[in-house]
Design a protein around this ligand. Structure first.
Ligand SMILES: C[S@@+](CC[C@H](N)C(=O)[O-])C[C@H]1O[C@@H](n2cnc3c(N)ncnc32)[C@H](O)[C@@H]1O
Length: 329
């Protein structure tokens, strides 16, 4: 197979923005369509909180909040002290009693709208099961990361003094590859489920990095994850019940003073259209947790990690870096 020439810690050679913008517009379109189908604009002729709207429509209040935030950024609602109300734009075109009702233009067209409707349903279980980590799913996660998030994490972490990096739940391997490309002295271990580790192997070979990026298959909740690492990367893996289990294991695996690099979505980011769309997408996909940076500082401190800093941000994706204390710390 032809080797991939891209340096993964640098921006993509061809700017994907014209296409990613289209894809985001589709998400916004689906959110407006869901709101039309639920009668959100009719109910918000009178200002209301997400909780009040959720009560009237029998929908989930938390997901309703993220939906209303996005609709406000899209110009369909205004927000004032926690209450949302329809704008003249929505009143004129998205209220079914209006002579210029455009609701027929806003019908659900793709899986995303159906996922969003399901997330709004109070019948949908709040704790979504672990997804199936298929090759295609991981490929999509890797490609999404390459739209800027992976580069932002590699930029945020300084590993020139590190010799050994553990990429826990490294999946597709793009983070491991990017760090190995940037730091020629670095030896990387990617730990993931056995079938995923073999998938990552293919990518590592395509980048000719098999001498320095090794994969290890196992269950990171149950198995030994190794030890003696100068840095541990946890990109998008410290969710729900995994967080406390893994932070304890990482403390044992990392050298005192070593760096823990966490990539995670956070809630306290710029309040803009793009971030509102990404937050709603996370809710629609069944992810519920969206902690603030301060909450992350608390989790890390309680597990003996010091000086947590918000080292980088790409949309709602934060890179948080903390130092491991001594073994008893
Ligand atoms: C959301 S993906 C993150 C992939 C990559 N780190 C990223 O940020 O793009 C979560 C990864 O954790 C892995 N994973 C989930 N549960 C695991 C377990 N019990 N043991 C090992 N790996 C696991 C999955 O296979 C998947 O590759």
């Amino acid at each position: 197979m032809e080797k991939i020439g891209q340096t993964l810690y640098q921006p993509l050679e061809i700017d994907p923005t014209p296409l990613t913008a289209l894809s985001q517009n589709r998400q916004i379109y689906e959110a407006v369509s869901v709101a039309v189908s639920l009668g959100v604009f009719k109910h918000l002729r009178t200002p209301g909180t997400p909780g009040e709207l959720a009560g009237k429509l029998a929908i989930d209040g938390d997901v309703a909040y993220y939906l209303l935030k996005l609709l406000a950024h899209a110009g369909c609602l205004t927000e004032d002290r926690g209450k949302f109300s329809a704008t003249p734009l929505a009143d004129a075109y998205l209220h079914e009693d209006s002579p210029f009702y455009l609701g027929h233009e806003f019908t659900l067209t793709c899986e995303y709208g159906r996922q969003l409707l399901a997330a709004l349903s109070p019948q949908t279980p709040r704790n979504t099961p672990e997804p199936e980590w298929t090759r295609e799913r991981l490929r999509q996660i890797g490609v999404f990361g390459m739209m800027g998030s992976i580069q932002s994490t590699v930029e945020a972490a300084e590993l020139s003094a590190a010799r050994r990096l553990l990429d826990l739940g490294g999946g597709h391997g793009f983070y491991s590859i990017a760090f190995a490309q940037k730091y020629p002295q670095l030896e990387v271990t990617l730990f993931d489920l056995p079938h995923v580790a073999s998938y990552a192997d293919n990518f590592v070979r395509e980048f000719s990095l098999q001498q320095r990026v090794h994969t290890r298959g196992g269950d990171f909740l149950a198995d030994d994850i190794g030890h003696g690492f100068d840095a541990v990367l946890c990109a998008n893996v410290l969710h729900s019940n995994k967080r406390d289990v893994l932070l304890v294991k990482i403390r044992q695996a990392i050298n005192p003073g070593g760096q823990l690099i966490i990539k995670t979505r956070i809630g306290d980011v710029a309040d803009n259209l793009e971030n509102a769309a990404t937050k709603l997408l996370w809710q629609a996909k069944g992810g519920r947790e969206l902690f603030s940076f301060a909450e992350w500082q608390g989790f890390l401190a309680s597990h003996g990690f010091r000086n947590a800093e918000l080292a980088g941000i790409s949309g709602i994706y934060a890179t948080i870096i903390a130092q491991a204390g001594g073994n008893d710390g």
